[in-house]
Design a protein around this ligand. Sequence first.
Ligand code: HAM
Length: 416
Amino acid sequence: MINAIRGTKDILPGEVEYWQFLEDKFREVSEKFGYGEIRTPIFEPTEVFSRGIGEETDVVNKEMYTFPDRKGDSITLRPEKTAGIVRAILQHSLANQGAALKYWYFGPFFRYERPQSGRQRQFHQYGAECINSPYPESDVEIIDLSDKITKAAGIYEYKLLLNTLGNASTRKNYRYALVEFFRSKAEELSEDSRRRLETNPLRILDSKDERDIKCSEDAPNILEYLDDESQEHFEKVKEGLDLLQINYEIKPRLVRGLDYYCHTVFEFQSTALGAQDSFGGGGRYDGLFEQLGSKKPYPAVGFAMGVERMLLILQKIDSLPEIKTNPDIYIVVSDHKFSNEAQKIALRLREMHLRTVMDLQRRSMKAQFREANKMNVKYVIILGDEEIAKQSVQIKDMDKGEQTEISLDQLNKYNF
Ligand code: HAM
């Protein structure tokens, strides 16, 4: 027997309906905010991610599915979507006119991580990006959208963690302070973080290594390094969230796992999840366009939610929606020689928007009734010798237990 690859999952009937429920919400809420859907390829040239996300991040360093194609070009299965969207916007010159671009997306992503509950190698994200506004109102809108998506899904209890990484000059000053602080503790840091000390000290704050977590406890607080511009942006974001009554908690150590962020960063956490308690996050990424080759900078902000993790939360809090998948009508035939007739009737009923099924395995009437009962259909239509002769059908209302005979040319008039 061949099994699915470790860290990937089949989404089978019975579960797929929960996905469809969430996908409907994603589209519905995104459209309410005026966001349009964007679809980009599952794989991209590797440099889209190595240049975009940052060479020192775990995602690029350890988790990418990267391989040469048959010509030897380096290809990567997308570990996230933001860098791919930026690549697409630049390729199609979508941002040149200066209008705000607002996109949402849903789809599979790939990271070579150690699989556990809520962590897979193929997982799914819903996300949204707002491009061409440097102003805090776009940060607020993006956070508002992620908050409303979460609530539309049925998740009301969660923590929204908020921080700022400030502008480039703030980060430069903060980086000096971090390097100075961690240098004195270099011996106690993990090997990775000792290297990061030279290349990208902010990453140390995001390390999952116990040694680094311990060393980071008394690390300098970025909020004490904000210059006026960074401070003002952060204040405006908080003000906007307060006005919309969106609760948040300031977490000065929150830096997120990708290098492209500046100013606002945020993350959604739920206690219903175990170790993988973060089910979404995002932030501002004003430098990413230039990093991917744009001559002009385009300010942007966005986020992504982990769909598997949202479903885990809904399951844990017993809030998965009730799903109706059963058909409305089952057509029972007394003999399979009437299958063609049954198929013609099914066609008419489906044109009337009724979910209609029939037996395809030439089983006995008893077995067909048993299946109809199991499917919990509202009506059974019975077709036997007599009905065929009279060009009629019997309609059994399964709730009331009543049976009526109706001529086929009157079928459209029956009040199903
Ligand atoms: P991220 O924090 O790397 O951000 O991923 C967003 C969410 O995807 C996580 O909070 C988590 O729920 C889910 N996720 C990530 N990895 C896995 C995994 N291995 N298994 C299951 N779920 C996972 C981004 O990807 C950014 N592109 C978000 C963004 C958009 N920032 C700005 N715009």
